[in-house]
Design a protein around this ligand. Structure first.
Ligand code: FES
Length: 167
C-alpha cells in the first residue's frame, strides 16, 4: 500500500453512515464483502478511516479489512469520479479494437487510464474481462455496460453522460 492511499479524508457524515452499515454485521467477518459493497454506495473511496470504521464496527482486524479492499481491483482507496469508466483489458476485446476505443476515451476526457478528470466526473481505468466478450470491445460505466464499441460510438456515449448526467 503506497502512502498516497492514506491522504484522502472521508467526510465525517459518510463515516457515520458506513459505521451504521458495518455495525449490522458485528462479529460476522464472513459478511465483509457485503459491508464493503454497501459502503461503496456511500463513499467514493476506501480511505484508511473507512477501513478502520468497518474494522471497529464489525470487530475484526483492520489489516484484514484493508487487505480485503486492496485485493479487489474494482474497489478504490483513492477518490474517484462520479462515473467510473472501466475498459476491458482482456484479449478478445483487445483483438476487436479496444486500443482505439481507449485512445478515443483518453482524447475526449483529456486524461489517461488510471486518472480522474479535474471536475471529478470521470475516472478511466482498465478491468479484467467483463464477461461480455461476444460484444467486445466492451466497457462498463458504473453499472451500465456498452459493447461492440468503436471510437465514434464510445464518444457518443460519453457525450451523453456529459450532457445528461446519466445515473
Ligand atoms: S474480453 Fe472484454 S469483455 Fe471479455
Amino acid at each position: 500500500m503506497d502512502r498516497d492511499s492514506y491522504v484522502y479524508k472521508t467526510p465525517a457524515s459518510k463515516l457515520v453512515q458506513v459505521a451504521a452499515i458495518a455495525a449490522e454485521y458485528k462479529g460476522r467477518p464472513d459478511m465483509l464483502m457485503t459491508v464493503i459493497i454497501r459502503a461503496q454506495k456511500v463513499v467514493s473511496a476506501f480511505s484508511k478511516e473507512v477501513a478502520s470504521v468497518i474494522a471497529r464496527e464489525m470487530d475484526i482486524p483492520m489489516n484484514k479489512v484493508y487487505s480485503f479492499i486492496t485485493f479487489y481491483a474494482m474497489l478504490s482507496v483513492k477518490p474517484r469520479g462520479r462515473y467510473i469508466v472501466r475498459m476491458c483489458k482482456s484479449a478478445p476485446c483487445h483483438v476487436h479494437g479496444a486500443q482505439a476505443v481507449v485512445q478515443a476515451l483518453e482524447d475526449q476526457l483529456g486524461i489517461s487510464i488510471g486518472e480522474t478528470t479535474e471536475d471529478g466526473r470521470f475516472t478511466l481505468e482498465y478491468c479484467p474481462c467483463l464477461g461480455l466478450c461476444e460484444i467486445s470491445p466492451a466497457i462498463m460505466i458504473n453499472e451500465h455496460v456498452y459493447g461492440n464499441l468503436t471510437p465514434e460510438s464510445v464518444r457518443d456515449i460519453i457525450k451523453q453522460y456529459i450532457r445528461e448526467d446519466v445515473e
